[in-house]
Write a protein that binds this ligand. Structure first.
Ligand SMILES: [Zn+2]
Length: 236
């Protein structure tokens, strides 16, 4: 069974970056991390959290925890910030190309872009402490720019936080071969081809337990979310 370290950036006396709407980076990173933890645990993955509340945890303590727990990979979660409101891309950071971290990042980044519709900042290299000092492969998601007002409004909502968590989960699931792209309950269904098509396009997803539940009714909100993802794709 896989063992994953989740690292919600900042916390406690360190708020991280701040948005004009009052949102603090540490709130977003924790909210997304807690949803991601649930999704991974539901899929049978063991999760080690560097923090589960609003507390101070030093970078050294985070690294020591993950190394001591001998995790298989580390997912560090942050939100970017700039001095001007314009930048709004989403990107994934690794220490260096050529290893397992790059492999994870190359699976994760397209999921983040597809789920958010934000401009693709790509996979980037950075000499971040958490990426450098951990024994296991580590990737760090910068989930858009909190300094971009439209992005900050999305990051402040539970729906936005869940969208990001699910995208990270899908990326990690692809790497861990959790086979979530192949739900077990669509074979032979009259809509099997259509379901495969919308899943491949990232318009709709399966459940963390590996089911799609093809005959479950969708709410108007779920239908609107799926149609919005189609519209986003048409605009790009
Ligand atoms: Zn940060």
């Amino acid at each position: 069974m896989a063992k994953i370290g989740i690292d919600p950036g900042h916390g406690g006396s360190d708020p991280g970056a701040l948005a004009a709407n009052g949102l603090q980076e540490k709130e977003v990173t924790l909210a997304v991390s807690l949803v991601l933890q649930q999704l991974l645990q539901a899929a049978g993955v063991e999760v080690i959290m560097s923090r589960t509340g609003d507390q101070d945890v030093s970078l050294a303590d985070r690294v020591a925890l993950f190394n001591r727990e001998n995790v298989d990979l580390i997912m560090s979660i942050h939100v970017n910030s700039a001095g001007t409101p314009e930048p709004n891309y989403i990107s994934t950071f690794i220490l260096a190309a050529g290893g397992q971290a790059e492999k994870i990042a190359l699976l994760l980044q397209p999921q983040l872009v597809a789920a958010t519709g934000w401009p693709d900042g790509g996979v980037r290299e950075a000499n971040f402490y958490i990426l450098r000092e951990t024994d296991a492969p580590a990737v760090l998601a910068e989930m858009g720019f909190i300094s971009n007002p439209a992005t900050a409004d999305i990051l402040a909502t539970q729906a936005g936080q869940q969208t990001l968590a699910r995208a990270i989960f899908r990326g990690l699931a692809l790497y861990l071969d959790l086979q979530l792209s192949e739900p077990r309950d669509i074979q032979g269904h009259w809509a099997e081809a259509a379901i495969r098509q919308v899943m491949a396009a990232g318009v709709m997803g399966g459940y963390p337990d590996g089911s799609f539940r093809p005959d479950q009714a969708a709410t108007r909100a779920e239908l609107a979310a799926a149609l919005a993802r189609v519209l986003q794709k048409l605009e790009h």
